[in-house]
Ligand binder design. Structure first.
Ligand code: FES
Length: 246
C-alpha cells in the first residue's frame, strides 16, 4: 500500500472566488492519523492559508465537523487509513454558509440554540436550601440528550434543514426536549408555544439521518418524535379541560 494519500480539500475565499473549488494535497498515510491530522499537516507543511476549525482533538468540542467523502463527520474521529487508497474529499458541512475553505458560519445555529431556552426555567421564586434532588430514573429520562456537543453534523445530514434553513433543526429541538424532560424544569409550556409553530417540531419528516450521523448517539430524531407526542397530549388537555393547567 502507498505510504501517501491524496486529500481533495474544498477551497473558497469569499473576497476572491465566486464558487468553491477543490485542491489536491498529497499527505503521509500514517496508521495513527485521523483526517484532522492530515489537515493539520497541510496547514503546517504545505499551505498555511487553509482555514478550518478544531480544538480538542478528542470528539468533545464539536468544532471539527466536515463532510468527509460526502458524510458529515468529526474529522478528529475519522481514521485516515479507512479511506485508503483515496482520494478523500473534504468539504465544509453541507447546508451552512461558508466563511472560508472549511469554516462555516455558525451564528444562525447559535440563535436557534438560544431560542429553545436551553436552561432550567422556573416559574416560582422558590430558592431551595440545597440542590434539587433527582432520582436515577428522572435523570435517565433526559440523560441521553445531554450528550450533544453541538457539532452540527445533524444539520448537515438533515434534508429538511437543507430545504428550509428556518427549520429549528435536530440539535436545538433535542436540547429543548432535554430540558422539557428534566424534573426541575417548568418551562415546557413556554418552549412548546414556540416550537409547535411553523419551523418547529412539526417540520421534521422523520428521515432519521440526524441520528445516523450523531457521533454521540444522542438520537435527535427520537427526541423530536417524543416532543411531538407530548405537544399533542398537551394540546388535547387544553382542548378537553380548558380550565386545567397544562
Ligand atoms: Fe473537538 Fe473534533 S476537535 S470534536
Amino acid at each position: 500500500m502507498s505510504d501517501t494519500i491524496i486529500l481533495e480539500v474544498a477551497r473558497f475565499h469569499p473576497e476572491r472566488d465566486t464558487e468553491p473549488s477543490y485542491q489536491s494535497f498529497e499527505v503521509p498515510l500514517r496508521a495513527d492519523w485521523m483526517v484532522l491530522d492530515a489537515l493539520n499537516h497541510i496547514k503546517d507543511q504545505l499551505d498555511g492559508s487553509l482555514a478550518f476549525r478544531w480544538s480538542c482533538r478528542m470528539g468533545i468540542c464539536g468544532s471539527c465537523g466536515m463532510m468527509v467523502n460526502g458524510v458529515p463527520s468529526l474529522t478528529c474521529e475519522s481514521l485516515l487509513m479507512n479511506f485508503a487508497p483515496g482520494p478523500v474529499r473534504i468539504g465544509p458541512l453541507d447546508h451552512f454558509p461558508v466563511i472560508k475553505d472549511l469554516a462555516i458560519e455558525m451564528d444562525e445555529f447559535m440563535g436557534k440554540l438560544q431560542k429553545v431556552r436551553p436552561w432550567i426555567v422556573r416559574k416560582d421564586d422558590y430558592v431551595p436550601k440545597r440542590e434539587f434532588i433527582q432520582t436515577p430514573k428522572q435523570l435517565a429520562a433526559f440523560q441521553q440528550f445531554t450528550l450533544c456537543i453541538n457539532c452540527m453534523l445533524c444539520y448537515a445530514a438533515c434534508p429538511v434543514y437543507g430545504l428550509d434553513p428556518s427549520f429549528t433543526g435536530p440539535a436545538a429541538l433535542a436540547l429543548a426536549e432535554r430540558y422539557n424532560l428534566d424534573s426541575r424544569d417548568q418551562g415546557s409550556a413556554e418552549r412548546t408555544d414556540l416550537l409547535a409553530q411553523h419551523d418547529g417540531i412539526w417540520d421534521c419528516t422523520v428521515v432519521g439521518e440526524c441520528s445516523e450521523v450523531c457521533p454521540k448517539n444522542v438520537d435527535p430524531s427520537l427526541a423530536i418524535q417524543q416532543y411531538k407526542i407530548s405537544a399533542t397530549k398537551d394540546w388535547f388537555k387544553t382542548w378537553l379541560m380548558p380550565w386545567g393547567n397544562k
